[in-house]
Design a binder for this molecule. Structure first.
Ligand SMILES: [Zn+2]
Length: 115
């Protein structure tokens, strides 16, 4: 139940495509790797990447540069509707007793998926 409530609030979940709204990666698109509903943060593949030089260690014998995606605030991303491929807001409705996400784009209004 708790999980559904959170989804209702944010509407974005793992494997969704999102667009970055501001900052270094503005208007880039990426796949959601992780959503932290408690911290209101989201990790997007290839976005907000931090490159870090590491010295050779036992885990990483060569050393070199590693890249990690730092989480972004949820407010900095917008869901991309898989039906119309546009960044959109979503709304929810019940279909066959299941809560689904619906694209808010006037020309689209397609059901995105089941929550
Ligand atoms: Zn749409």
């Amino acid at each position: 139940m708790q999980k559904i409530k959170r989804l209702r609030k944010f509407g974005i979940k793992r494997n969704d495509m999102v667009m970055i709204l501001s900052g270094r990666d503005k208007e880039k698109q990426g796949k959601v790797l992780k959503v932290d509903y408690k911290k209101h943060e989201i990790s997007v593949e290839g976005m907000n990447v931090l490159k870090k030089a590491v010295r050779p260690s036992q885990q990483n014998q060569k050393g070199g540069i590693i890249e990690t995606s730092l989480p972004l605030p949820l407010s900095k991303v917008k869901l991309i509707c898989p039906k119309c491929s546009k960044p959109t807001k979503i709304t929810r409705k019940m279909v066959n007793n299941k809560m689904v996400r619906v694209c808010k784009n006037e020309k689209c209004k397609e059901i995105i998926d089941k929550v």
